[in-house]
Design a binder for this molecule. Structure first.
Ligand SMILES: *Cc1c(COP(=O)(O)O)cnc(C)c1O
Length: 380
């Protein structure tokens, strides 16, 4: 099956009791048993819920994976992966991570004796000097947030394989519509389902997808033991959202391209970070591993102070000033004070997260209205 057909149908069966086409919201915490242990495969809803199972099967299909587990947030999914580690283990990761990922690694898991190395992954071989007998996990995000660097997934997979590391890709920014890291050698794909998969800014959720029975067994144990499971209503909303993922992504990409071109030629813009631009430093890798370039764009404003940047960020009428991304509505975000406030200045400035940086999540509105809004805000 091709992507759009899978988005609508994979993992879903009409409800056997009524024929309902849409998967019902099984709003229950427990299931009746005929005699102790004799049941229909459902005992307690932390372990299994039919609405959540349908969603998990659907997302697994979109990522060409065998297994999927959904979590109550993206951070819950990241937390479950971190729980695969033991004190003394070391992790290799990029130096341009989602702020919350950096925070859970540095402020939570480093307390438990796990060591994290944050490395510039523009050249994957940069990680080699940091790999030793304790290295267990390689965590990659691509495109990165907010500077849209593209990390070569196949090159990182080859390094992971050679050194026996579990290789995880946070695929939130691309969505499964644009790239499938399992096909490129990843062991686990992670999503903040909150973003493109949900797509309507109405749910917080995470997911982990894998082809490995062994990893699935370990992660399912953590999922059930630690309990960061999403509810049935949220599972339903995401099932509904995913039915239009391919249509939304087409428009996100088309709008993204036009806006990147507009911003590139605007006199107030210093730099545009968008992997679809030919002058993007990793444009070739983006072309190789992604089907299109998405709707996430960051820019720096020429000669702008923090106050100048704030003024622009507060002047939009169609774009909303808000954290998050991937929904149908266009958003603008000031990373330094919003999404990346938990990353220390010295770390963020190394990767270009400066006071004059703005990040756009381009939505699926009409392009003329989006460009007119950018124009008026930049020309204020
Ligand atoms: C939002 C996000 C997360 C965290 O997910 P939540 O659903 O907010 O918990 C992780 N990684 C990336 C790239 C994100 O954008």
């Amino acid at each position: 099956m091709k992507f759009g057909t899978k988005a609508i149908h994979a993992g879903l069966e009409p409800d056997p009791s009524t024929g309902a086409v849409m998967t019902p919201i099984f709003q229950t915490s427990t299931y009746v048993q005929e005699s102790p242990g004799k049941n229909k495969g459902y005992e307690y809803a932390r372990g299994k819920n039919p609405t959540r199972m349908a969603l998990q099967n659907n997302i697994a299909a979109l990522e060409n994976g065998k297994h999927c587990l959904c979590f109550s947030s993206g951070m819950g999914a990241i937390d479950a992966v971190a729980k695969l580690l033991r004190p003394g283990d070391e992790v290799i990761t990029g130096n341009d991570l989602y702020g919350g990922t950096y925070r859970i690694f540095e402020r939570v898991y480093s307390q438990y004796g796990i060591k994290f190395h944050y490395i510039d992954l523009n050249k994957p071989e940069n990680v080699l000097p940091y790999i030793n007998a304790n290295t267990k996990l390689f965590w990659v995000e691509t495109p990165t947030n907010p500077t849209m660097q593209i990390v070569d997934i196949e090159a990182c997979a080859a390094i992971s394989k050679k050194h026996n590391l579990t290789f995880v890709v946070d695929n939130t920014f691309a969505s499964p519509y644009l790239q499938n890291p399992l096909d490129l050698g990843a062991d686990i794909v992670m999503h903040s389902v909150t973003k493109y998969l949900g797509g309507h800014s109405d749910v917080v959720m995470g997911a982990l997808i894998t082809n490995s029975d062994d990893l699935q067994q370990k992660l399912a144990f953590i999922h059930n033991s630690c309990g960061a499971v999403p509810g049935p209503m949220d599972s339903f909303l995401v099932l509904r959202g995913i039915k239009t993922l391919h249509l939304r992504m087409e428009r996100h990409c088309a709008n993204g391209k036009q806006i990147a071109a507009f911003l590139s030629s605007h006199p107030r813009i210093e730099k545009v970070y968008y992997p679809g631009l030919e002058n993007h430093p990793n444009h070739d890798i983006a072309k190789k591993q992604m089907r299109d370039f998405g709707g996430m764009i960051s820019v720096t404003i020429k000669n702008a102070t923090l106050e100048d940047t704030f003024k622009i960020a507060s002047s939009f009428h169609v774009f909303s000033l808000a954290e998050s991304l991937g929904g149908v509505e266009s958003l603008v975000n000031h990373p330094v004070t919003m999404t990346h406030a938990s990353v220390p200045k010295s770390e963020r400035e190394k990767v270009g997260v400066t006071d004059n940086l703005l990040r756009f999540s381009v939505g699926v509105e009409d392009i003329e209205d989006l460009i007119a809004d950018l124009k008026q805000a930049l020309e204020k």
